[in-house]
Design a binder for this molecule. Structure first.
Ligand code: HEM
Length: 507
């Protein structure tokens, strides 16, 4: 047989194999696309291969702004729930907030986990509260909850206040030089400083050094390149194989960086017999106190949670603050009203901001709440069924392992619950208006036992940040901002397609 013939045979069989593999995948997807019909659940027609996702990359595996489209399509058909597909994975979307309440609170024992890719076997230093499941989650949550109480917030209040100083100085400079301010980047520098000081006990100087290591790590975590995208796709589609291959939710480089930070901090504090008022100290104490117990809070637990507090803590809050500043720059009357409140409260408290003063800033707090309604950093909350579950007043049984999505952004932009939903109106969050609304149509921090553990810290750092900005500056939209502001598809944390720029004028 000539060489040419061998090559021809090889090519022929290779093409045949590829076509065969493609056909198998295609048939598998087609079978999966019949899932909701077989279960008698109404659904939105999927398209091969993304299902009902309309973006590739990380976004096609998370539940972002596309959940808004799903919500409306199902709601317009008068449905209380409906099926969609994330690639080939059937997912149930809830349209009725009472079902959301059932799943997140009443019947939580069926839905304890959110099923986020993690690798306990090969990547124990990323087994954080966000990803662990069942009993492991219960153990961790019980141990970590005391870390985020109101008294702990009071304890770190002044260190958060201190972080507003370099931010105000930076804005003063921009105001003096009439520079456009990249709001997201600026707010991220502030929230990284806050997380640095309140969690790690470190003064990070992110305003002085634009390329500070923590800022680089922050950017790196949310940057999706081809290799990262491929790894994410692999881990979502072939989870078992990805676990065996040693993949984890974060790169080894990032995990190692944080491990070193924790180790060095522990060594330094032990050597100098130093105890600080930060979250690191609280988890170090927890680690040391449980060392000899049957079920210890291990060093790996410590590292994993110190990492997740950084990831979950800075970008979500920076996103909130950046949308708040955008809304205030296009609603100057609301901005003025907030400034009046700040002036009045400060006069009452001799111009000193304390934990108590900050509690009195109710309108500023309402601005943050309204921002989280219109621009929730996480657009949806997800759970996975731990055992078969029958949806109330129906014959529909959600099978074990099925994902259920609560489209938070859908509820929060529904005119049935928030009339004229596109209008930015902090008065929606007056005590009276709040009391008259179904509480399960507003869930920017999720709900139930698995809701955001860092909510108090998030509200504190965003409210204080906003108070300090508004008492010092008038904020307006820079002509450099491209209007209208649209939303990026395929991202885990909500973001605009184009950067938002504002200008600051010193008062
Ligand atoms: C505006 C800022 C924030 C928003 C909008 C936000 C939102 C959320 C949401 C929607 C969840 C999922 C809840 C659920 O599934 O029911 C969550 C979980 C979580 N968040 Fe936040 N978050 C914010 C800030 C923070 C901060 C500052 C921290 C910590 C420093 C934090 C740590 C966590 C953790 C550890 C979880 C997992 C909780 C668990 O599974 O038990 N978050 N967050």
């Amino acid at each position: 047989m000539s060489v040419i013939l061998v090559v021809q045979y090889f090519l022929f069989y290779s093409v045949l194999c590829i076509l065969g593999a493609f056909l198998c995948v295609f048939l598998y997807f087609q079978y999966s696309y019949g899932y909701w019909k077989r279960r008698g659940v109404p659904y939105i027609k999927p398209k091969f291969p993304l299902g009902n996702n309309n973006s590739v990359g990380l976004g096609s595996f998370s539940y972002g702004i596309e959940t808004l489209g799903w919500y409306w399509e199902l709601k317009k058909r008068g449905l209380k729930f409906g099926g969609v597909w994330n690639w080939a994975n059937p997912t149930l979307v809830l349209v009725d907030p009472d079902y959301a309440k059932d799943i997140l609170i009443k019947d939580f024992q069926y839905f304890t986990d959110r099923h986020f890719f993690h690798n306990p076997k090969h990547d124990p230093k990323n087994e954080s509260l966000f990803v662990v499941e069942k009993d492991e989650w219960k153990f961790m949550r019980q141990n970590l909850s005391p870390t985020f109480t109101s008294s702990k917030m009071k304890m770190i209040f002044q260190s958060v206040m201190k972080c507003t100083v370099p931010m105000v100085e930076y804005l003063e400079n921009c105001a003096k030089n009439k520079e456009d301010i990249d709001v997201k980047d600026t707010m991220a520098a502030y929230t990284i400083n806050v997380i640095g000081s309140s969690i790690y006990g470190l003064e990070l100087a992110c305003f002085q050094d634009k390329n500070h290591k923590f800022r680089e790590i922050g950017r790196e975590i949310f940057r999706i390149d081809l290799v990262k995208g491929a790894k994410i796709a692999f881990s979502r589609l072939w989870e078992g194989a990805a676990i065996e291959a040693g993949l984890g939710p974060l790169s080894q480089k990032i995990t190692q960086y944080f491990t070193d930070v924790v180790t060095e901090t522990m060594e330094h504090r032990t050597k100098n017999n130093e105890k600080r008022q930060d979250f690191m100290q609280l988890v170090i104490d927890l680690y040391q106190a449980t060392k000899d117990q049957d079920r210890p809070f291990t060093f790996d637990h410590l590292v994993a949670n110190i990492i997740v507090f950084f990831i979950a803590g800075f970008d979500t809050s920076a996103t909130t603050l950046h949308y708040a500043l955008y809304e205030l720059s296009v609603n100057p009357d609301i901005q003025e009203k907030a400034r009046d409140e700040i002036k009045q409260v400060l006069e009452k408290h001799n111009n000193v901001i304390t934990y108590e003063t900050f509690q009195d800033m109710t309108y500023v707090r309402q601005i943050i709440e309204e921002t989280l309604r219109l621009h929730p950093p996480l657009n949806a909350v997800a759970r996975i069924a731990a055992k078969p579950y029958k949806l109330r007043n129906t014959n529909v049984v959600i099978e074990k392992g099925t994902k259920v999505v609560i489209p938070v952004v859908g509820f929060q932009r529904d005119p049935d619950y928030f009339p004229d939903p596109e209008r930015f109106d902090p008065d929606r969050f007056s005590a009276e208006n709040k009391a008259s609304r179904n509480p399960y149509v507003y869930m920017p921090f999720g709900e139930g036992p698995r809701m955001c553990i860092g909510m108090r810290l998030a509200l504190m750092q965003t409210t204080i940040g906003l108070v300090q900005i508004l008492r010092n500056f008038k904020i307006s939209l820079s002509p450099r901002t491209k209007l209208p502001v649209t939303e990026k598809k395929g991202v885990f944390v909500m973001a605009p397609d184009e950067l938002i720029y504002v200008n600051a004028e010193k008062i």
